[in-house]
Write a protein that binds this ligand. Structure first.
Ligand code: URP
Ligand code: ZN
Ligand code: ZN
Length: 474
């Protein structure tokens, strides 16, 4: 099957060029000046992309479909979450398999592989959450690397649940250095935060806003600093997830200026939402915006610092940390955010976003003049593909790359709402936001899976993607 995408503006992390793109089967086989070859005559399908951007499918390296958390599960299954990802222009996700305390890393990996198998609309890989570092899990890291799971997430937060102490972290980092794999870090000082949370509840400070206020920026930046020190000691690659504090960005910048292989991401919620406008909303509404690291105060300049970090490459990736929980009871999972009515410490942590990210970063970044078109693609696709060993199969439009392609209409103006999204969650954190630019058509390995408002793929089209090592050094 040959498909021609004709006359669009092809945008990669490097180039912006009007070109025809020829796809044969699952891969891109040629690019040429528009009409330079008679490809339309031999193609089975021609998609006219004149006036549109033709961009690589988004790569979201941080999602949590079906994650067990706080007595419930993230409401998107692999089926609903990856279909929503497709609608949003994301054709690859890297989700997190979980090792629970007392169990093996490999068992956790197998469980998550089984959950995803035949249930995904887009391609998927896994990082492994190592929740119990011991001799056995350290040796299992070798096996997982061979299976294409080349990154391991550790938690400096959530004591008693997924938390690792500094000794365990150092041992896991040494193992990662030995296997040339990546350590991903949830960097917050969980021990200190637990004290602050307990004291807040004792004072009767139970509303959702206290979730943000009991995780001050220093609890993030201290942990980021410590993670960098430990990674340097071990000689490991480090990738800090879901950064939200400007002080933490400064720690990353300092480490990178020293030449250390340190990478970091932020997420749309930290770029667009604030304590003032969202988390401190009336009544229990603020629970919609409870996640960790927390949404921070706009007046303190965190959003501006994050955007600047993205523009200057102190931050390399925008992921979503997609981890949705419903405000009203979910038909299958029951009570979710409302578990924390009267006690913010019981609100499940996480926000939806897998469908929003690609377009929101176009809007807030390109339309509002903070980043270039090429940087938009680098932040939402190319950099994650390089850092997590998927490039150039994923993350670019080039001869030989998978034909994961989004045709994006930059002219459409629309308003975001829960009523038009496809994620299985009953609110949008961006409700009522006017935006410009919209995903029009999505191809996964050469097949059209989204055509306007219609999903035309099949659940199960998405394949497991074994990943290699990091292919970018700074
Ligand atoms: O609030 C968050 N981030 N929920 C998902 C779990 C995690 O820590 O990434
Ligand atoms: Zn985390
Ligand atoms: Zn996460």
């Amino acid at each position: 099957m040959k498909t021609l995408i004709s006359g669009g503006t092809v945008v990669t992390a490097i180039d912006t060029v009007v070109a025809d793109v020829l796809i044969d089967g699952e891969v891109i086989v040629a690019l040429a000046a528009p009409g330079a070859h008679r490809w339309a005559d031999e193609a089975d399908q021609v998609i006219d992309a004149s006036g549109k951007y033709v961009v690589p499918g988004g790569v979201d390296p941080h999602t949590h479909m079906e994650l067990p958390f706080g007595g419930t599960y993230a409401s998107d299954t692999f089926e609903t979450g990856t279909r929503a990802a497709a609608f949003g222009g994301t054709t690859t996700i890297v989700d997190f398999a979980v090792q629970v305390k007392g169990e093996s890393l490999l068992d956790g990996f197998d469980v998550w592989m089984a959950k995803a198998k035949d249930n995904c609309a887009v391609d998927y890989g896994f990082h492994m959450i190592a929740g119990d570092i011991n001799e056995r899990s350290l040796s299992e890291m070798d096996v997982l690397v061979e299976r294409g799971c080349t990154s391991f997430k550790l938690f400096m937060a959530y004591p008693g649940v997924l938390y690792s102490d500094d000794g365990d972290i150092l041992r896991a980092m040494q193992k990662a250095a030995e296997t040339d794999s990546m350590i991903m870090m949830h960097a917050e000082n969980g021990m200190a935060i637990d004290v602050l949370r307990e004291q807040a509840i004792e004072r009767g400070e139970t509303d959702p806003v206290y979730h943000s206020l009991t995780r001050p920026p220093s609890t993030e930046s201290e942990a980021v600093h410590r993670a960098i020190v430990l990674a340097e000691l071990a000689g490991a690659h480090l990738y800090v997830v879901h950064m939200s504090a400007k002080e933490a960005v400064a720690e990353i910048a300092e480490a990178r200026d020293k030449g250390l292989p340190v990478f970091a991401e932020t997420c749309p919620q930290y770029l667009f939402l604030s304590v003032e406008d969202h988390v401190s909303a009336e009544g229990f509404e603020g629970a919609k915006y409870v996640c960790s690291t927390p949404i921070r105060k706009r007046e303190d300049g965190h959003q501006d610092a994050l955007w600047m970090g993205l523009a200057t490459n102190d931050l390399q990736v925008v992921s979503t940390d997609h981890c949705p929980f419903c405000m009203d009871d979910h038909p299958v999972l029951g009570t979710q955010k409302q578990l924390g009515v009267g006690d913010f410490t019981k609100i499940p942590n996480g926000l939806p976003g897998v469908e929003d990210r690609f377009q929101l970063i176009y809007h807030g970044g390109v339309v509002e003049g903070r980043i270039s078109l090429n940087r938009w693609i680098e932040l939402t696709s190319t950099a994650a593909a390089k850092i997590f060993g998927m490039y150039p199969k994923k993350g670019t439009i080039a001869v030989g790359s998978d034909a994961d392609i989004v045709i994006f209409d930059p002219a459409v103006e629309w308003t975001k709402s829960v009523s038009q999204h496809h994620m299985d969650v009953d609110y949008s954190p961006y409700e009522g936001k006017d935006v410009k630019g919209r995903v029009e058509t999505v191809l996964l390995r050469g097949n059209v899976i989204v055509n306007g408002d219609e999903y035309v793929g099949q659940i199960g089209d998405g394949q497991y993607l074994p990943r290699g090592r990091v292919t970018v050094h700074h």
